[in-house]
Design a protein around this ligand. Structure first.
Ligand code: SD4
Length: 333
């Protein structure tokens, strides 16, 4: 069933220019923080937003940079590195679940206010693909490096080769191998990519996205996360967007680029995220089987998010407060 009531009420709220600014109780720890539900938010800049609950910790690192007048680009890189290094996150960097052959393969991209971007995909054995993506952006004439070439480039730049398959992830993979059934589970271990957008003191916007991709994917599969316009897009005149979830859907509709273009044409971030999910539902027949969550911000600090299914949330750090927010969604069931 389509969640029409929420869909309509969201759009109306935005079109009336309504502002929801709930007050949030401070939780003792990030793990205890309770989400609030919101379609539309206006946040004070500087700000950082990122996908899922693990974004809370990543936001802390990004906020340290932003509150000291640092650049959005540095904030997003340092922010998502926290998640990449976390062995308990099964969808990003170290500790990520492997492909069906037992290889942890990573995708990441980064984009800066000047319109430059860098990306790595199908990269193995490097803990911080986001930093390699930044080097691709800054030190090469290219945008994307893949596989062995990306690894060689990373090693040349001084990154260390490491085993990223933890014992915990190996166990999960071995269990999966007994059934050998590829059926990504909505909001579960397949959908924890971190996508982050930050606006700094100069009102410049940057974004980063990093993932180990869909668990038990085919060897060589690349998702939306390293593809500029699918997993991430930034336009410093307009705003930015990131995607999480089953990357094939974001790739087929180029969701992040679409959202930024919709904002350029006057939609609020919330309206733009809703329309990008509608595009998926109108074009892709089997979309109900999968989750996609979009998160967007415009240059004025308006934040929007929307997902196909219930369960997507995001973290917002602004005005010295880090909040967890449940996204509105399209399908009731
Ligand atoms: C992908 N979008 O590779 C990523 C998956 C994801 O947490 O969001 N994983 O399709």
């Amino acid at each position: 069933m389509i969640n029409r009531r929420k869909f309509i009420s969201n759009s109306v709220l935005v079109s009336l220019g309504a502002l929801i600014s709930p007050s949030f109780a401070k939780a003792e720890s990030l793990k205890e923080l309770q989400p609030i539900i919101s379609g539309d938010l206006i946040a004070k800049t500087p700000l950082v937003i990122s996908t899922w609950r693990h974004g809370l910790e990543a936001n802390e690192a990004a906020w340290k940079i932003l509150q000291n007048g640092g650049k959005a680009l540095d904030a997003v890189e340092q922010g998502v590195k926290v998640t990449e290094a976390d062995p308990d996150n099964s969808s990003v960097g170290y500790g990520g679940l492997p492909d069906r052959n037992g290889n942890v393969t990573l995708d990441a991209c980064i984009m800066e206010p000047g319109g430059n971007c860098g990306s790595v995909c199908f990269l193995q054995n490097i803990k911080h693909p986001i930093s390699v993506a930044r080097k691709v952006m800054e030190d090469t004439p290219h945008v994307i490096l893949a596989g062995k070439g990306a690894l060689r480039f990373a090693l040349e730049k001084g990154f260390k080769k490491e085993n990223l398959l933890t014992e915990k992830a190996k166990k999960v993979w071995k269990k999966w191998k007994k059934k050998l059934k590829y059926s990504p589970i909505i909001n579960s271990e397949n959908h924890d990519t971190i996508g982050m957008l930050a606006i700094d003191e100069n009102n410049d916007i940057a974004g980063a996205c990093t993932t180990s991709g869909a668990a038990f994917k085919m060897h060589g599969r690349v998702g939306d996360s390293p593809i500029i316009g699918a997993g991430l897009y930034i336009d410093n005149e307009v705003g930015g967007a990131v995607a999480t979830g089953m990357g094939e859907l974001a790739l087929k509709t180029l969701g992040s680029f679409l959202i930024v273009e919709l904002m350029r044409n006057g939609k609020s971030p919330q309206q733009a995220c809703e329309e990008a999910i509608l595009r998926i539902s109108n074009k892709l027949v089997d979309y109900r089987k999968f989750q996609i969550g979009y998160l967007a911000v415009d240059k004025n600090g308006n934040v929007g998010s929307y997902s196909i299914h219930k369960g997507f949330n995001y973290s917002l750090y602004s005005d010295n407060e880090n909040k967890l927010i449940d996204s509105e969604y399209f399908l009731e069931k």
